[in-house]
Design a protein around this ligand. Sequence first.
Ligand code: ADP
Ligand code: MG
Length: 499
Amino acid sequence: MGNYNSTKQEIKNHLFARVPLIVIRSSERERIERMMREVASEMKIKICYYTDVKQVVALGASSDASKNVDRDPLTYAQEMFRKNRGSTFVIGDVRRISDENAFSREILDTLYLAMETAGTMVLVTPDYVWNRLAQFGLLTVLDYPDIDEREMQIRKFIASYSSKYPIEWDQSIVHKAAMILRGFTEVQIDNVLISVLVANKGLTNRNILDLTAQKSRLYAAVPCVEEVIVRADMDVSGLENLRNWVKERKRLFFISDDILDDYGLTAPKGILLAGIPGCGKSYSAKMIASEWELPLFRFDIGAIYDKWMGESERKMNAALTFIDNMAPCVVWIDEIEKALSVSDSSNDTGKRVLGQFLYWLQESSSRVFLVATANDISALPAELFRKGRFSEIFFIDLPNYTERKDSIEQYMYRCLRKRLTELELEVLTKMSEGFSYADIESVIKEAAQYAILHPEEKMNFEDIQRYFSNNIPFASTNPEAVKTLRDWGKKRAVSASVE
Ligand SMILES: Nc1ncnc2c1ncn2[C@@H]1O[C@H](COP(=O)(O)OP(=O)(O)O)[C@@H](O)[C@H]1O
Ligand SMILES: [Mg+2]
């Protein structure tokens, strides 16, 4: 496994040692051709490079013209090895060499010749190599462009288009784009950038999400992971502690691995949001994705379980791989206790799948930020709380006076186009003691629905008050549940709001 520079160095070492066969595993022809050209010029040697399209090109020679070999390139290579000791011959995109066949046998013959004449044959292929061939040589793997290469490529791209299109990407966006474009070949990166650029007639900060959309097309979708579209401008009331945490950690989440390594840190992994129903756990998951301008994927762990032996593990694996490939992203597991409580029973599959998930949570180095929500924390397995799994646990309580006031004002305007006086606002805020955000939202929306259906009846403040007094909040029907949750929250979690 190597990036461009380390792979290049490896190839130079092998060539210097006159290893008869070097296999480069890669499907990126252009990148390898460029690399071999650099190798030729840095080692001051001539390298013959064959592809079906360009035929033979002598890299590092004075003239770079291609030579048509008409016949089989291997015949050409054999002639070359016979004529000049120590020659290097590269075949750019080799197929059909995973098993024994006429072609792979001919390569084997050519290799014997290369060995006798101190020559080297280099095969570039994305496939496995027939083991009788492989035993003659050394394998080096060229990975897809790493983060630094991607950043450089994006900067080059911007430089070549910025005179024709408005491009707003600054250094931090370039870095983020480079993170998103992980897993793409050089050619794919250029294709994605150009198609997003042309479709939007320029590049703005929001286009970063288009890059992810392109990426999700690249990987086969998995049924238990679904993208959730999030609005860029969400109205969020209260939750200051949580929001400040999210704003602060944003920088840490996007910092490069090098810097984190220097300080022995890791990027924030995720948070657990516990709290009273209807107070903004799910809403906060969306808020985080929106704040960080990252795609949000909802992961339905419950749908992983399958009655067939081994099938759950396979599905979990596929889901986690998909998620890793989508990084950087926010992954949201809603009501995690429901999915994980399966593992409480004597159910072995449940335990194994939970183990798989926890292991990933701890070990995965990809930039995935997990937001898990829970209504019933007593049902959560204790392993989930071990250090290193969640960066923080927040407790989301019923909205306090200011938060309710803020949210009533917002919903009254959004749903009823009504600006309340300070006094009216205070009356409703007092009436809504014990309401969740969901209660406030549904009460005002009910009133709004009525207003739309009966435009002739002018809705006055008394009518609105009536909607408020008719609502029976969860807190008053389930006081014990609320108390238990709050007690737990005080002991084990950080408050999401400023108290
Ligand atoms: N901080 C908030 N500001 C404004 N509205 C909110 C806030 N939190 C929740 N809401 C509203 O309340 C509703 C219920 O919130 P939700 O996140 O679904 O609750 P739960 O904690 O049960 O997941 C949401 O549809 C959202 O519109
Ligand atoms: Mg919810």
